[in-house]
Design a protein around this ligand. Sequence first.
Ligand SMILES: Cc1cc2nc3c(=O)[nH]c(=O)nc-3n(C[C@H](O)[C@H](O)[C@H](O)COP(=O)(O)O)c2cc1C
Length: 192
Amino acid sequence: MDPSDVLGHLRKRRSHPAATLADPAPEGAALQEILEAASRVPDHGKLVPWRFILLRGDARHALGAKLVDLLEGRGESLDDTRREQEATRFSRAPLVVAVVSRAAVHPKIPVWEQQLCVGAVCMNLVHAAHASGYAAQWLTEWMAFDEQVGSTLGLAEAERIAGFVHIGTPTQVPAERARPDVETLISEWTPQ
Ligand SMILES: Cc1cc2nc3c(=O)[nH]c(=O)nc-3n(C[C@H](O)[C@H](O)[C@H](O)COP(=O)(O)O)c2cc1C
């Protein structure tokens, strides 16, 4: 696919399952460029209601180990399969970008608008990774909604995880996925 063919890309794009994303991940100037592209979103009031936390290298394994400790500390008994699943949550792809929402009450800009803006950052990040020759998947899973995971990641009280965007080199071409019949989603308002 020609990455400069934006409409062609949008019409054919697919996420790549995190477990199919291999080394290498973007780093250095290439990663910077991707994060800058991701940050070029409509942002009412220029509030910049997001930030990024990079999870890569051994830190991904350390965070997975913390997930296991956290679950066991809550009295969950994990069989070997589940323990492995939790321990490797952040190690499927070589890079996970945690997109953090900093949306907060503001006198003019509704929190909802700020949250939509952060969603746009996540989607831009997926597009930018693909346009740079990598592939990505936007996941949340239970960890995004868990307060203890949030504090382990250093989130402030009002911050939330909008997505763990997994990025790496594609190893497979994903099969097509059913898409909505857009005709059924369209109506036209007419004055009564
Ligand atoms: C906010 C958000 C959270 C998501 N979380 C998950 C998730 O936890 N697990 C999952 O399998 N897919 C999740 N998805 C869906 C994937 O990102 C993706 O849409 C799916 O793999 C289908 O790929 P597609 O982008 O080709 O449609 C999430 C999507 C969004 C927008």
